[in-house]
Ligand binder design. Structure first.
Ligand code: HEC
Length: 134
């Protein structure tokens, strides 16, 4: 069979370009509304808060993000988007408000927790707990 390169080559280019567009976006490109960006964390990161945050994290988050926030939870392999490494500066340099916003509302493969975690204070506890990853 004679292959028609004039057709095949442009098709290969098209495939490469289309798949480049589906590559996961970086979590750092995740825009946080100004209202949340500078929101103050009302929960002191005391022992009680860290304990509550750890419980929330273990129950809802560790399956993807891993026990130590490395993104290596049991469900991680099923994800198309890397869930991030919570020990990095890129993660830790974000404001509490930004982490609160991402944790509560999610996007795409990061679930929305508005219903499953009804109290805002629990998100603040979990933000405090995520600060312990290093
Ligand atoms: C089903 C898997 C899954 C679960 C469960 C999950 N996440 Fe995520 N999470 C993700 C993925 C995937 C991303 C990356 C999303 C993106 O960049 O679009 C993410 C991103 C994040 C980010 C932003 C990371 C960054 O670098 O800015 C935070 C914060 C976060 N998750 C917190 C949580 C918290 C808190 C919980 C539990 C209440 C949780 N996640 C549960 C999959 C998950």
């Amino acid at each position: 069979m004679k292959t028609n390169l004039k057709v095949i080559i442009p098709m290969l280019f098209a495939v490469v370009i289309l798949s480049a567009n589906t590559f996961p976006t970086q979590a750092t490109d995740w825009e946080v509304p100004a209202k949340y960006q500078n929101m103050e964390n009302p929960q002191d990161a005391n022992a009680e808060s860290l304990k509550l945050g750890k419980a929330v994290y273990k129950k809802h988050c560790a399956s993807c993000h891993g026990k130590e926030g490395l993104g290596d939870g049991t469900k991680a392999a099923q994800l198309d988007t890397p869930s991030g490494d919570f020990t990095t500066d890129a993660f830790q340099n974000q404001t509490d408000g930004a982490l609160f916003y991402k944790s509560k509302f999610g996007r795409d493969e990061m679930p929305n927790y508005e219903k499953k975690i009804p109290y805002d204070e629990d998100f603040w506890h979990v933000v405090n707990y995520m600060r312990t990853f290093e």
